[in-house]
Design a binder for this molecule. Structure first.
Ligand code: AN7
Length: 367
């Protein structure tokens, strides 16, 4: 029986022929990808009409988010080019991935973060993986502007998703979904921030379909946080705000590509409120045992919103009017443990109190 070498199990190894690498590219990997595609019986039932809903759980990547898929490519190509240092702006997950993969590659990593707007878990990751962390007095969009300028120098390779190799790596998520389902889904729902991921997924779906590996392509359906929804409102948001700090972005780098993906796939873009995001996060954890961060919950919140919607007809709705038996995939992009403050702040989770005895514990439980 063929066994893949232990040291070579990431997305570059799995999808080498679909990626811009060659035999001399040093592969920088943490065995990312191959994340679970989990069937949700409850969401399927809620959707009705024999539809099947699957959750692509990207929080199970090595640094806890989908960013690892793009980072293995960006870092491998930076290593191939002989770069010694990388830089990125981040709402927290890109910086976590960049920090880990740069360490793996033996490179220096500099991350620019919006001060005070990064979850503690993600900030801790940037530090413990050994990157240089700079908090700027501005938001993510300001940080990305700075990174673009610094990237014009030769010293640093930019590893934000304006680096095309990031998109290449991230498109492998679509390949995995098609490989597992045997075809593309009818609808793909995902959160949108800087819009690199929706761009990458669409690229993956298009490429696999062009190669005959899928008979169809899904409608790409993005959800932004209501306070940070530039694509939905078709206008830069100067001061984006949302509890979902991962997608607190007012001027997405891949804006045009995201619009093209939505247009070409007959998809849509819509918004969800912070309350809908937090409710969806709680719902998925309590109903399906999947704990995701608030930014990720935008996709689940979006589906729940559409199922509950009574606007008729609703131009942006990805769900109503879909044919019976459709397949939906929701990407949930980051692990819930990344940001435990958000759910703890918005709901009280005080433990029941009991004395240190079996009788007291049973009594507290009402037995
Ligand atoms: C959990 O880390 O932009 O639309 O700097 O962390 O591809 O930007 C994170 C984005 C969704 C949005 N879910 O993806 C960053 C950053 C989570 C995220 C998104 C992000 P894009």
């Amino acid at each position: 029986m063929f066994r893949q070498p232990l040291h070579d199990r990431g997305v570059i190894s799995r999808y080498r022929s679909f990626l811009p690498v060659n035999d001399t590219t040093p592969v920088v990997s943490l065995n990312e990808g191959s994340t679970p595609l989990i069937h949700s019986a409850k969401l399927s039932a809620l959707t009705g009409r024999g539809c099947e809903v699957f959750i692509k759980y990207e929080g199970l990547n090595p640094t806890g988010s989908f960013k690892d898929r793009g980072m293995t490519m960006a870092m491998s190509k930076a290593a191939e080019a002989g770069k010694k240092a990388v830089i990125c702006a981040s709402t927290g997950n890109t910086s976590a991935a960049a920090a880990a993969y740069a360490t793996r590659a033996g490179m220096e990593c500099v991350v620019l973060l919006p001060a005070g707007k990064i979850s503690a878990g993600k900030l801790a990751q940037a530090f413990v993986y050994g990157s240089k962390v700079i908090a700027i007095d501005g938001n993510f969009d300001d940080a990305l502007d700075l990174v673009r300028k610094i990237g014009e120098r030769d010293d640093f390779e930019v590893v934000n998703s304006i680096n095309p190799f990031r998109i290449e790596g991230q498109k492998t998520a679509s390949f995995e979904i098609i490989d597992e389902l045997g075809d593309a889904p009818d609808i793909h729902i995902l959160p949108v921030g800087n819009a690199g991921n929706i761009t990458a997924y669409w690229k993956g779906y298009e490429e696999y379909a062009a190669m005959g590996k899928a008979t169809k392509k899904p409608r790409m359906t993005g959800f932004q946080a209501a306070g940070s929804a530039p694509i939905f409102y078709n206008k830069v948001v100067e001061h984006p705000e949302t509890v979902a700090t991962a997608i607190r972005i007012g001027n997405p780098a891949s804006w045009d590509q995201a619009k093209a993906a939505i247009r070409d796939s007959k998809g849509s873009i819509d918004i969800v409120t912070d309350q809908e995001i937090l409710d969806a996060q709680a719902w998925l954890a309590a109903n399906e045992g999947i704990f995701i961060e608030p930014g990720s919950a935008a996709s689940v919140a979006g589906l729940l919103k559409c199922l509950d919607c009574h606007r008729e007809p609703c131009a942006t709705c990805p769900v109503r009017g879909i044919p019976e038996g459709s397949t939906l995939v929701l990407t949930v992009t980051g692990h819930g443990l990344k940001d435990i403050d958000a759910p703890l702040k918005h709901r009280s989770f005080a433990p029941l109190q009991a004395a240190n005895s079996m009788e007291a514990v049973l009594h507290t439980l009402g037995y």
